[in-house]
Design a protein around this ligand. Sequence first.
Ligand SMILES: [Zn+2]
Ligand SMILES: [Zn+2]
Length: 92
Amino acid sequence: MSRNRVIRCAACAGRIKPHHPHIGVEDLETGVEFSYHARASCQKRCVEETVTRLEAGKVFAAHHYHSSTCADEAPGFGCAGGCFDTPMAVAN
Ligand SMILES: [Zn+2]
Ligand SMILES: [Zn+2]
């Protein structure tokens, strides 16, 4: 996959700058990756949509892309750079 492609948020359709923190949900069957902003509202949509896709029998891998200025190598939330300071809550 090209690193220069424009990434758009699947929740709000806004552009995601590659050096900004964001979440990728990759469909392991097709290799298609859905991207979402790290902000809470987009994360919520991410969870809801992923649950819907999981119920459809799809298999996903979630990727956490840290900000380019973030020193934290470990993927996930609560990182040292504050990329994902809002934990991804399970949709109620
Ligand atoms: Zn968004
Ligand atoms: Zn980070």
